[in-house]
Ligand binder design. Structure first.
Ligand code: HAM
Length: 420
């Protein structure tokens, strides 16, 4: 038997209703914040991610699904959305749009070859936003407010917003040089990933899961001590806006994020549920990326955004025992007795559906009792039973399944009755 690939999942009808509910709600929230949807391809040039996300990141080094097409081009299934959105922004010269900043959102599958875990998949669905063409602390705060609004609108309460500033490129350079000097003497005792990160991306040593308890990690100087005046002021302003908006947060100077493009504000939203026993607690992550557009050959614009996976949102809802209101129902179920009634029902179904009435009937020659059970299973609001007598008399009882009451009407007026 051929099985589903590891790290992927089928979303079956009982769950896809939840997905649709979430996606519709997110679309609605995006309207409130005036973000417009963008759809980019599932695969892109490998070069886009190597350059945009960063050659030394785990995503690029270990996790990409890369392949050559028949024209020998190296392509990659997108591991994230930001690089692709920025590519599209540059390609379509969106800096010239009259509506600035350009506020975009996306929702679709991403692919990373990661170890499968609760909340971690190889194909997962990211919903993300990018606000491009704006460098203003109030925009950073707005994006953070949006993150909180999204999760709170689903009724989630056990949430922890963690923020940091990783400064501009000047602050980062100075800090990275210090970290190299700090870790060099002890790097032999660190994991092989950290050893290779030392010269390519030393900040990532700080959030290594393997070496997190090492003394050298604990007593390393913090990026916040290396922020230049401009970066410090920017960060202070963001925090001031958060305070005004009454958004609570925790600062973590070790939050450096796994993708290379971040500058200034970086953040993650974590599950903060004392009863949760899974290893994955990050629900959503994002930050500002001031150099990314230029790195990809674009204009001197800056951006900020975040992404969350719907899988982890569902996990958080499950952990807080929040059920979504996704009960599906039918307007009418038609029970038939005999071939003639069934033939009549086929035509009736067709007319009702063309008038936007949600309706179904039996196809398995069930007995009346079985058909009624099916009507209940499908959550039908009304049922009718058509037999020879109903056809002959042009009369039908419409039964309200909630109150149990029936109303007698003319059979040939049924469509009008339901339209009304
Ligand atoms: P990221 O932190 O790599 O950032 O991913 C963002 C979110 O995607 C995570 O917080 C998590 O909800 C979800 N996610 C990531 N990997 C997996 C996985 N294997 N299984 C399930 N969910 C996963 C980014 O991707 C950035 N592009 C976010 C961003 C947008 N930054 C600025 N703009």
């Amino acid at each position: 038997m051929i099985k589903i690939p590891r790290g992927t999942q089928d979303i079956l009808p009982e769950d896809s209703a939840k997905w649709r509910y979430i996606e519709n709600k997110l679309d609605g929230l995006m309207e409130l914040y005036n973000y417009k949807e963008i759809r980019t391809p599932i695969f892109e040039s490998t070069e886009l991610f190597a350059r945009g996300v960063g050659d030394s990141t785990d995503v690029v080094q270990k996790e990409m699904y890369t392949f050559k097409d028949k024209g020998e081009r190296s392509l990659t299934l997108r591991p994230e959305g930001t690089a692709a959105v920025v590519r599209s922004y540059i390609e379509h010269k969106m800096q010239g749009n009259p509506n600035q900043p350009v506020k975009l959102y996306y929702n679709g599958p991403m692919f990373r070859y990661e170890r499968k875990q609760k909340g971690r998949y190889r194909q997962f669905n990211q919903f993300g936003v990018e606000a491009i063409g704006v460098e203003n602390p109030s925009m950073d705060a707005e994006v953070l407010a949006m993150v909180m609004h999204i999760y709170e609108s689903f009724g989630l309460k056990h949430l922890k917003l963690v923020i940091n500033s990783i400064g501009d490129s000047e602050s980062r350079k100075e800090y990275n040089d210090t970290l190299v000097k700090h870790f060099e003497p002890v790097i032999d005792t660190f994991c092989s990933d950290c050893q290779s990160r030392l010269h390519t991306n030393p900040m990532r040593i700080l959030d290594c899961k393997v070496d997190k308890d090492k003394e050298a990690v604990k007593n390393a100087l913090r990026i916040t001590d290396y922020l230049n005046d401009e970066s410090k002021t920017y960060y202070e302003e963001v925090k001031k806006h958060l305070d005004v908006l009454n958004i609570s947060y925790v600062e973590d100077p070790n939050l450096v994020r796994g993708l290379d493009y971040y500058t200034h504000t970086a953040f993650e939203l974590m599950m903060d549920n004392p009863n949760y026993d899974g290893a994955i607690t990050t629900l959503c992550g994002g930050g500002r990326y001031n150099g990314l557009l230029q790195l990809l050959g674009g204009p001197e614009e800056t951006g900020i955004g975040f992404a969350l996976s719907i899988e982890r949102l569902l996990l958080a809802l499950e952990e807080e025992s929040i059920s979504l209101d996704v009960e599906e129902e039918l307007d009418l179920f038609i029970v038939t007795m005999g071939q003639e009634a069934d033939n009549y029902a086929v035509k009736l179904l067709n007319k009702l559906r063309k008038n936007n009435i949600k309706v179904d009937k039996d196809y398995l020659n069930r007995k009346i009792k079985g058909q009624m059970k099916q009507a209940n299973r499908l959550n039908a609001n009304y049922t009718i039973v058509i037999g020879d007598q109903e056809l002959e008399n042009n009369a039908i009882n419409v039964k309200d399944m909630v109150t149990g009451e029936s109303e007698k009407i003319q059979l040939d007026q049924l469509v009008n009755y339901f339209i009304k």
